[in-house]
Write a protein that binds this ligand. Structure first.
Ligand SMILES: NC(=O)c1ccc[n+]([C@@H]2O[C@H](COP(=O)([O-])OP(=O)(O)OC[C@H]3O[C@@H](n4cnc5c(N)ncnc54)[C@H](O)[C@@H]3O)[C@@H](O)[C@H]2O)c1
Length: 376
């Protein structure tokens, strides 16, 4: 067994989700490589040490540049706000480290291009955490589509709805609310939420040709958590867009943080000539499937409980009928990354794949700004 020494940057939501995945992946999936929690990097020494002690990191760094200088780090995991992805990734590539970077890849396409050039020049393994591909029900959807069960695809529909920024007193910027600050996040729901829907959509249904979008910022000013000053809000609070896919199907996407009652309603539905499928993050272990070729007296939507050993990833978990959850999508991504090191075949989505999602996001934002269709 070979060790893969991980240098984790950031210990927030994703730092925790990924660390858990590094711990679980080698226990449930057999790979030649085993992740070792070598170093945790965050600015506050005391908090970083607390996280490191809890999860079993061997050491702590407070400056990511120092982490990159270390010879005992093989792979760097970027779990910090979006405005830091580019600089860390480019320096990590120069230092010859493998890179696992959180989504969205970058603040915009120009940054993403630089990041792709850097990892490709350095020849380092790279991957972006669009983890919803690895929810077994979504992976099963991919299998059914690739088998041709849906026939020609007509429609792709996806929503990602939340409600946590309706209160105008929620600040922008700072540790907990950097997502509302365009300087840290790049964009609002487009890069944060729709990017997930777009990655999954292009994986399932192929490339997106052009888009027509509308965005809105409902709360125009918010106090900045660090300065205490009220400042204009420059992120999109809500975004809806239409698109054409390269396969001729039509897409409809919507995301908002103003859908009262919805915490993380991430859904997709695909309508094909013979069959339709639907999935919903709140019931993530189920795939809804309708097949028009069924005998008409029993035809109807079936709800497939994705927990059997012949369904994607499930032979590594419990006995049939027992489902798994959100965190397992990250474990599957780690397992697939480790496998890619073993086989030498690139893990996906890599930086280049994620750049394509970034191109769609940028086209969406520019379409909304100019009130015009934009090609990707
Ligand atoms: N794949 C997913 O489903 C998913 C979900 C949530 C977030 N994300 C992405 O993950 C990234 C992080 O988001 P999060 O929700 O974990 O944020 P978070 O606010 O919970 O954590 C961010 C972490 O970055 C650290 N940090 C900030 N600046 C730093 C610096 N200069 N050096 C070292 N550490 C620094 C903070 O201390 C904190 O630990 C973002 O790019 C976000 O878009 C992806």
């Amino acid at each position: 067994m070979k060790n893969l020494n991980i240098g984790m940057i950031g210990y927030g939501f994703m730092g925790k989700a990924h660390t858990n995945a590094y711990c679980q992946a080698p226990r449930f999936f057999q790979n030649e490589y085993r992740p070792v929690l070598k170093a945790l990097c965050a600015r506050n020494q005391e908090k970083a040490q607390g996280f490191a002690d809890n999860w079993g990191y061997e050491s702590v760094e407070t400056d990511w540049r120092e982490l990159l200088k270390r010879d005992d780090i093989d792979a760097v995991d970027i779990c910090v706000p979006n405005n830091l992805h580019k600089e860390i990734a480019i320096e990590a590539a120069k230092a010859g480290k493998m890179i696992l970077c959180e989504k969205p890849l970058a603040m915009n396409v120009a940054e993403g291009e630089e990041m792709c050039a850097a990892v490709e020049k350095a020849g380092v393994a790279n991957m972006v955490w669009y983890n919803y591909r690895r929810v077994p029900a979504v992976t099963l959807a991919k299998q059914l589509i690739d088998e041709g069960r849906l026939g020609r695809i007509f429609h792709y529909r996806a929503f990602f709805l939340q409600d946590w920024t309706i209160n105008a007193d929620v600040p922008q910027g700072g540790a907990a609310t950097w997502r509302l600050d365009a300087e840290a996040a790049g964009s609002g729901v487009t890069g944060d939420l729709l990017a997930h829907c777009i990655d999954t959509a292009m994986w399932l249904n192929g490339g997106i040709k052009d888009v027509s979008a509308v965005t809105e910022t409902f709360v125009k000013q918010r106090k900045h958590a660090e300065t205490g000053e009220a400042a204009p809000v420059k992120i999109d609070d809500a975004c809806s867009f239409l698109c054409h896919f390269e396969n001729g199907s039509l897409g409809l996407f919507e995301s908002t943080r103003y859908a009262r009652g919805h915490k993380a309603l991430n859904t997709l539905e695909i309508n094909g000539e013979h069959a339709s499928i639907a999935w919903d993050l709140h019931d993530l272990h189920r795939l809804e499937y309708f097949d028009h070729r069924d005998d008409s007296i029993v035809r109807g939507w079936r709800s497939i409980h994705v927990s059997d050993g012949d369904q994607p990833y499930m032979d590594h978990w419990w006995v049939p009928g027992l489902q798994i959850g959100y965190e397992h999508s990250f474990t599957h991504q780690v397992a697939d990354f480790l496998k890619s090191l073993e086989t030498g075949e690139a893990a996906h989505p890599n930086f280049r794949d994620a750049l394509q999602t970034q191109k769609v996001c940028d086209a969406v934002l520019s379409s909304a700004g100019e009130r015009a269709w934009k090609s990707v």
